[in-house]
Design a protein around this ligand. Structure first.
Ligand code: C2E
Ligand code: CA
Ligand code: CA
Length: 598
């Protein structure tokens, strides 16, 4: 008969098997404790004692679970609530049920336990300190639901927060979803660098947080897009007041790494239940309202309106068509001559972009250029214009220059200097036969890098013209910032010339200033003989307009130029520095600036 192997008695230190078992159990990473069927402790390992701060003295075999609980309560590793909970556990154990769970300790740890009944009666419990794992899990969970840069909740948390807020929002109250987007954030990022851009986003996040109540939420959706959920409004006016507060908070200048930065913000607002009853619809409508806010001049807020849907779809289609149009070669460039008023000869031709869409027909640049700028297509389109025009202009009589409109977006987002030098080199067009027309919007950012590029272009021999002079923020200060070669006086002044009065005084003032800077002046939009006579008398150097010719296709302009005599394109003369502008002239100019604003 086989001898029955004696099972080790864990509580007997004399038993060699028990000693081995102790050694083994002291090495396992869990706390192990064993109870008899009567609820007396038979054995516990070192990890168990360490977990709860007991000494070997404290936990002598035979101690009841009750007195252990009292001790654990006293040492502060178990609260009164858990005591009750442990008693329930005890009752369950007596019924022979396996149980497991987590219990948090008052000192902030999380312990995972498994109670397992022993077939011979009694039970064994393992305890494992899961605090670090728990913390790691919580951190991962936090990372999945928050934005790393600003630590704001992200799109995922937004979704669940809206759903909850909609449930909790009391009847008759509105919930507002606000879609926010910084104006010209890309410009700041491009000019001051990503580090400053990131800093800005962090401070904006703080300011947005400070505008909302504890029950509201601000989330970051990526880039410079933020979304706010605010509930409990009884009228749209309250939501409008919040939008105004947010804008005011953002408008305060930011001091970031030696830069004082000002930004504005556009806000689109949708309100439940009218504009949607779920997160997706409310967000979509707030986004559309934002789109319209951006379209209506930025730095403003707009509420969602039903018909925005249609307009957004139209606009979206236009964007798609525009991208496809570029790929399909639907663009062409027409040229409009600029005529020297003294000699009557063509000195330059301005390249004007045309888009012939198979269904829409001819779409005017005033419509598609702003869209191309917004969707970033202007960079590729603009580069194509520069290359095509240089290649075309080299065929013209050599006295005729080519003028190209360059968008501020191109200066911000691409290396205009490199593109121009490349186009000149590969076409063989001398730099002196190229003019770039820019608007003062380019100088609004006070970007030193843009000015540097303009200076480098000028150093190459390329001329820089200020376009649409008089239509913008006006304008004199910009003439001081950069030594333009030419000022193009906007057609709105020329239209009014025949009426006499303010317009002619303005044109006179501009030609006066231009003269002192040795700049060429072009009168834009000259349509009548009367206007031609007046602009010449007022001192303009050149005219451009339907009186002489509209913009015409490349073959026609080539035919026109080769059939007639042309004037040498005006080279930039030596000119005094802008600072030497006479104070009397400045006074006239200031008066003009004010007239221009009217
Ligand atoms: P802009 O630079 O001021 O160009 C002059 C505009 O005035 C052109 O309009 C031209 O056709 C129009 N125009 C010229 N003479 C007369 C006239 O006697 N009467 C009237 N009523 N209009 C006249 P267009 O071609 O529609 O271009 C509009 C604007 O689109 C341009 O204004 C320019 O800002 C922009 N644009 C055109 N091509 C380009 C381009 O290649 N790149 C960029 N960035 N902008 C462009
Ligand atoms: Ca122009
Ligand atoms: Ca113009």
């Amino acid at each position: 008969m086989r001898k029955k192997r004696a099972s080790p008695d864990a509580s007997d230190p004399q038993d060699p098997n028990a000693a081995l078992l102790h050694e083994v159990l002291d090495c396992v990473p869990q706390g192990v404790i064993m109870f008899s069927g009567e609820g007396r402790m038979l054995y516990c390992n070192r990890r168990y004692r360490d977990t709860y701060g007991f000494s070997e003295e404290d936990l002598r075999p035979g101690i009841t679970m009750e007195s252990m609980l009292t001790m654990r309560n006293r040492t502060g590793v178990i609260g009164p609530e858990e005591r009750k909970y442990c008693r329930r556990q005890l009752a369950a154990m007596r019924k022979g049920l396996v149980q497991s769970g987590f219990h948090p300790t008052p000192d902030g740890r999380t312990i995972h336990y498994i109670n397992t009944p022993i077939p011979s009666g009694g039970w064994i419990v393992t305890h494992e300190d899961m605090t670090q794992q728990r913390q790691a899990e919580e951190q991962i969970e936090h990372m999945a639901s928050h934005d790393a840069l600003t630590d704001l909740p992200n799109r995922v948390s937004f979704q669940s927060h809206v759903e909850q807020a909609l449930l909790l929002n009391s009847r008759g109250r509105m919930l507002a979803v606000m879609f926010l987007d910084l104006d010209n954030f890309k410009g700041i990022n491009d000019t001051l660098g990503h580090q400053v851009g990131d800093e800005l986003l962090k401070v904006v996040a703080d300011r947005l947080r400070s505008c909302i109540r504890g029950t509201d939420m601000v989330a970051r959706f990526g880039g410079d897009e933020f979304v706010i959920i605010s509930s409990g409004f009884n009228s749209p006016a309250r939501a409008a007041a919040l939008a105004t507060r947010i804008r005011e908070a953002v408008l305060e200048p930011f001091d970031l790494a030696d830069h004082r930065v000002s930004v504005d913000i556009s806000i689109g607002i949708s309100l439940s239940p009218n504009d949607g009853t779920d997160a997706e619809q409310l967000l979509k409508n707030a986004d559309q309202a934002l789109y319209c806010a951006k379209g209506s001049g930025r730095g403003t807020y707009r509420f969602f309106e039903g018909e925005m849907d249609v307009r957004t779809t139209e606009r979206h289609n236009l964007e798609l068509d525009l991208r496809a149009g570029f790929v399909n070669g639907e663009f062409e460039i027409h040229y409009q001559p600029l005529v020297n008023l003294e000699s009557g000869k063509v000195s330059c031709c301005e390249a004007l972009l045309r888009w012939n869409h198979p269904v829409r027909g001819s779409v005017p640049p005033d419509i598609f250029i702003p869209v191309a700028e917004e969707i970033g297509l202007i960079t590729r389109l603009g580069e194509w214009v520069i290359r095509t025009v240089c290649a075309e202009a080299v065929k013209w009589p050599e006295q005729v220059a080519a003028a190209i409109n360059v968008s501020p977006v191109q200066f911000r987002t691409q290396n205009v200097l490199q593109i121009v030098t490349h186009a000149l080199a590969s076409s063989g067009l001398p730099p002196g036969r190229l003019e770039l027309e820019i608007t003062e919007a380019i100088l609004l950012d006070e970007s030193e890098s843009t000015l540097a590029v303009l200076r480098q272009l000028q150093a190459l021999g390329v001329r820089i013209a200020m376009d649409d002079f008089g239509t913008g923020y006006s304008s004199l200060s910009y003439l001081r910032k950069f030594p333009f070669d030419k000022i193009k006086i906007d057609q709105c002044f020329i239209k009014d010339l025949s009426l006499g009065g303010a317009a002619s005084a303005i044109v006179r003032a501009v030609t006066g200033i231009a003269d002192s800077f040795h700049m060429v002046t072009t009168a834009e939009g000259v349509e009548t003989e009367e206007q031609r006579v007046i602009v010449k008398a007022l001192g303009c150097t050149e005219m451009q307009g339907h009186l002489f010719s509209k913009a015409i296709p490349p073959a026609e302009i080539l035919a026109l130029l080769t059939s007639m005599e042309v004037a040498p394109c005006s080279p930039p003369p030596d000119r005094p520095a802008p600072d030497r502008l006479g104070s009397d002239r400045l006074a006239v100019a200031m008066a003009w600036g004010r007239a221009g604003e009217r």
